[in-house]
Design a protein around this ligand. Structure first.
Ligand SMILES: Nc1ncnc2c1ncn2[C@@H]1O[C@H](COP(=O)(O)OP(=O)(O)OP(=O)(O)O)[C@@H](O)[C@H]1O
Ligand SMILES: [Mg+2]
Length: 492
């Protein structure tokens, strides 16, 4: 059966599927396919099938699924499931009658059980702690991110069908389905890893899978300091800002570590505060006890039942929150967040996809407009300026490290523009164009400017001495340290 036939023939059942998120989909494939042209499939080289047992595996896999059926997805899955699957695989292989050596038999059994119980050829990659992202661009092209760098992995699927089976397996465990009616799915593995799958006809070269692995042990601020993402002094400032209930926006390109930083920064929220987190796919792992975790819901197969972040933000306001943490603003919820912040819900934290602090503010404007409000731009800008106090901006460098490049105060409007003031800055030399071409980056240093938000922090009982913002000797000549910095990756 061809891939298309498989998709057409897929039985559509009750399962809810994520609606199209074009931006997410585009971003998910972005890092792994930097130079792939949008060429017609005819131009691509013919796929090479290197596995001589591919057909056999497909046959046996199908037979086992048919035989084991719902047992595989039963909630009371017992420990002997693995054993049962292996026995069934061996029985079906015997019935099939294909001649295999003992070694081949062992390999085929292992591959099929991995497919049925786990995630097939990418199973070892998901187990590998050094891998942070797994990207299946095509059945014979699997990429991974290790230590911030993307490399091709030494594994392949047998064919597109095989990828599709693994996608089915992944999304069905979280009660979702991918088929022609809903060719795009966002899901989450049981361990919290974020999954995006997109299949033809939307993805031209076959089913595509992107898994952002999530570590059980999320990075702490100390980890981020050890990685050189930020300095202890910058962390001290951020700690004071969080405790002082400033509204903070973390911005950066895709995969620059916004969610990770948000998670780490949220550890500064005092234990006695009631926190409500709102996300599309729950990625945050807050350490506090008093946390309520909300997750949006996609519409079901009839296109009904969707609960967006926006509704959750509104609902959260009725839950007596001390803090509202929204994983990422990417739509109309931005307006509700702004209104919440401007009506006394201080200390909110969120992230946004943007290429600079200034860009983050203009994206906020655009997102507010998607709420369909009839507000003049100036009024929106004023709301943004009075809602947010601070932008923490991150970038990913070509060597894979993530760096905070700006800690910027959002000041008030001056004529038609929101004034920004950098409090900490990792600068690039004048000849480099940050974010567009490779650039060298100095360490994150204090600019010497005393922020205006100290007053707001003081209202919440958090003080920072003015001397904190005095530049140290090394801060005065950042250019001297360029040699130790890594170049910035283009576009992020
Ligand atoms: N400071 C850091 N140093 C090294 N690696 C990091 C750092 N922050 C995050 N990472 C790794 O980078 C990857 C992306 O992190 P994260 O999900 O936080 O990024 P993001 O900006 O929220 O991505 P997206 O735009 O897809 O939401 C993860 O694998 C994470 O472990
Ligand atoms: Mg994120």
């Amino acid at each position: 059966m061809s891939l298309q036939q498989r998709i057409h023939g897929a039985s559509v059942n009750e399962i809810a599927v994520a609606p199209g998120r074009s931006e997410e989909g585009a971003r998910a494939s972005e890092p792994a396919q930097p130079v792939e042209p949008k060429a017609a499939p005819a131009e691509a080289p013919p796929p090479v099938r290197t596995d001589p047992h591919a057909d056999l595996k497909t046959r046996i896999h199908r037979a086992c699924i048919a035989k084991l059926g719902p047992q595989l997805f039963a909630s009371d899955t017992t420990e002997d499931l693995g054993e049962r699957v292996e026995i069934t695989v061996r029985e079906e292989l015997k019935l099939d009658g294909t001649q295999l050596s003992t070694e081949e038999l062992g390999r085929v059994v292992r591959a099929i059980t991995d497919d049925i119980l786990g995630f097939g050829p990418i199973e070892p990659l998901l187990r590998d702690e050094s891998v942070s992202e797994v990207m299946v661009n095509a059945f014979d092209r699997v990429y991974v991110e290790r230590f911030g760098k993307i490399e091709q992995a030494d594994v392949q699927f047998a064919d597109n069908e095989h990828v599709l089976r693994v996608i089915d397996r992944i999304v069905s465990t979280v009660g979702r389905r991918v088929d022609e009616a809903s060719p795009m799915v966002d899901a989450r593995l049981l361990d919290g890893s974020r999954v995006n799958a997109i299949i033809p006809p939307l993805s031209l070269k076959g089913p595509t899978l992107t898994i952002r692995k999530f570590s059980r042990d999320p990075y702490t601020i100390d980890n981020l300091i050890a990685f050189g993402t930020l300095t202890p002094k910058a962390a001290q400032l951020i700690a004071a800002c969080v405790r002082g209930k400033l509204n903070i926006l973390i911005s950066g390109g895709t995969g620059t570590g916004k969610t990770t930083t948000l998670n780490a920064v949220s550890s500064y929220v005092p234990e006695d505060e009631r926190i409500v987190t709102i996300e599309d796919a729950a990625e945050l792992q807050l350490q506090q006890e008093h946390v309520i975790t909300l997750e949006s819901r996609p519409s079901n197969i009839e296109g009904r039942g969707e609960i967006r972040i926006r509704e959750l933000v509104r609902n959260a306001l009725r839950m007596r929150p001390d803090r509202i943490i929204v994983g990422e603003v990417r739509g109309a919820e931005t307006l509700d967040m702004l209104q919440a912040m401007n009506t006394g819900h201080d200390g909110s934290l969120t992230t946004i996809h943007a290429n600079s602090p200034r860009d983050a503010l203009s994206r906020l404007e655009t997102l507010v407009l998607t709420a369909g409000v009839d507000l003049p731009l100036r009024a929106i800008r004023e709301q943004i300026a009075s809602a947010f106090d601070l932008v923490i901006h991150q970038a990913r460098l070509v060597d894979g490290t993530r760096r905070v490049t700006h800690i910027t105060e959002v000041l008030r409007m001056e004529s038609d523009v929101i004034t920004l003031q950098d409090v900490f800055l990792a600068t690039a030399p004048a000849e480099a164009h940050l974010g567009r071409v490779t650039a060298m980056l100095s360490p994150l240093t204090c600019t010497g400017l005393k922020p205006h938000f100290l007053e707001k922090m003081a209202v919440h009982g958090v003080m920072l001495p003015a001397a904190f913002f005095q530049q140290e000797a090394s801060d005065l000549h950042p250019a001297a340290s360029f040699s130790t910095a890594a170049p910035l990756k283009a576009g992020v």
